[in-house]
Structures are given as C-alpha cells and as structure tokens.
Write a protein that binds this ligand. Structure first.
Ligand code: SF4
Ligand code: SF4
Length: 216
C-alpha cells in the first residue's frame, strides 16, 4: 500500500536517481569551493537525457552541469547510504526545491536558469576557447536521429560520425596532455566522449593497431 507523504523523510531515493543539474543560485557554492569542479559533469546541449516534463529521453535544449554520480552509477556523489547528504548545508538549489510529493516547483526548474561551463569558469580561463573549439568540431547534435536510424544509416553518415568520434578522442588526448587534466576535470570541461554517448544505442568502438574502429 502506498503511503502518502507531505514532508521529506530523507529516504535518499531522489539522491540515488542521480545528482541534480545546477542552477544560478548554486554558483556561489562552486565559487567558494563547497562544490568543486571535480564533482561536476557537463551534459552538453544535444545529449539525450530523461526530461521529467515529458517523462521520456530527449535531447537537452540547453547545456547542463550536474553533480557526478558515484563510480559507475548515477547516484549523487554526495549521497552516503545510512548518512544521507554529506553536503546538506550546501546542497544545490534543485535539492532544496525537490518535494517528491509535490513536483510542481522542481518541474518548473527543468532546463531553466541552469548553469553552464561558461557561467562557472572565470572569463579569462584558458580552457574557454578550447571548449568553444571542441563544441565547433565535435558538436553533440543529431543523437536522436542516430538513435532512431542506427541500423539504416548510410555509409556516408557513418563515416561522418566515425570522423567526429576520432576527432573527439584526439582532441581530448591533446588537451589532457597539455593541461594535465584528470578524468573528473575532463568530464566537466568537455563532457563525456561522443563514443560513450553512442554506446547505449549499441554503437561501440574498439582499437586495432593504431586506429579506432566503430562497430555499428
Ligand atoms: S524528497 Fe522524497 S525521495 Fe527525496 S529524500 Fe525526501 S522523501 Fe526521499
Ligand atoms: S547534493 Fe545531497 S541532497 Fe542533493 S542529490 Fe546529492 S546527496 Fe542528495
């Protein structure tokens, strides 16, 4: 039997579904170090995410910056089973607003007043032009099309996507070397590699010799 609730029981179910997207009021917590960049992951515009307004996976129309998950899951990195939120005093705006029993307020925040990388980084951060260049040569668009048409894509389209996969990996490798980025920093500055975004559709890469090959 479902029990109706009208206040937060701190059960952690919402935290286990994934860290929230960050919004303008969260900028202060990032700037003062309570939420460091190493705890953030960028979801680039065009990535496929669950949109609670329509309750389905669709391309995000804005860039999102979220709290990362723990290890291989999306559980919020600040959630500790048995303890709860380990940054409760500094938890993001979306966590404060979320009432699982009354979702109007949280739904109103979907893709609204969200923070992106450019709002978070200092204006003179040397990685800003590099992020813009990455967006230009490795855009994150067309994922819905690829998902819907994976088995019927033309050879030309596949070749175009494979080129972007390779460019993305080479670009990251160069920037990681130049700036000494750790994996969690890479996930904030550049989001997940294109090949990882294609993996849920059954598109995989493998290395052979010195080259990357794509298995459709
Ligand atoms: S908002 Fe709901 S799901 Fe989240 S901790 Fe509170 S009671 Fe649990
Ligand atoms: S920041 Fe805290 S309240 Fe928000 S999802 Fe993570 S663990 Fe839950």
């Amino acid at each position: 039997m479902d029990v109706e609730i009208s206040s937060c029981k701190k059960c952690g179910n919402c935290c286990e579904k994934g860290g929230p997207a960050l919004h303008i009021p969260d900028l202060k917590s990032i700037k003062n170090g309570n939420i460091p960049i190493s705890s953030l992951i960028t979801i680039r515009k065009g990535e496929l995410v669950h949109n609670p307004l329509v309750d389905r996976i669709k391309a995000t129309t804005v860039e999102l910056v979220k709290l990362v998950g723990t290890g291989r899951t999306w559980d919020c990195c600040y959630y500790k089973p048995g303890t709860g939120c380990t940054i409760y005093e500094h938890r993001p705006h979306a966590c404060r607003v979320l009432k699982c029993w009354d979702t109007g307020e949280i739904l109103a925040l979907v893709e609204k007043d969200t923070l992106d990388r450019f709002a978070i980084l200092e204006k003179d951060d040397p990685l800003i032009p590099i992020i813009r260049e990455h967006e230009r040569i490795c855009p994150c668009d067309g994922l819905e099309f690829i998902q819907a048409n994976r088995t019927t894509l033309s050879a030309n389209k596949k070749a175009e996507i494979e080129k972007i996969i390779r460019l993305d990996l080479r670009f990251r490798s160069r920037v990681i070397n130049d700036f000494g980025l750790k994996l969690n920093e890479e996930m904030f500055y550049f989001g997940r590699p294109i090949f990882q975004l294609l993996s849920p559709f059954g598109v995989h890469i493998y290395e052979s010799g010195d080259d990357i090959h794509v298995k459709w």
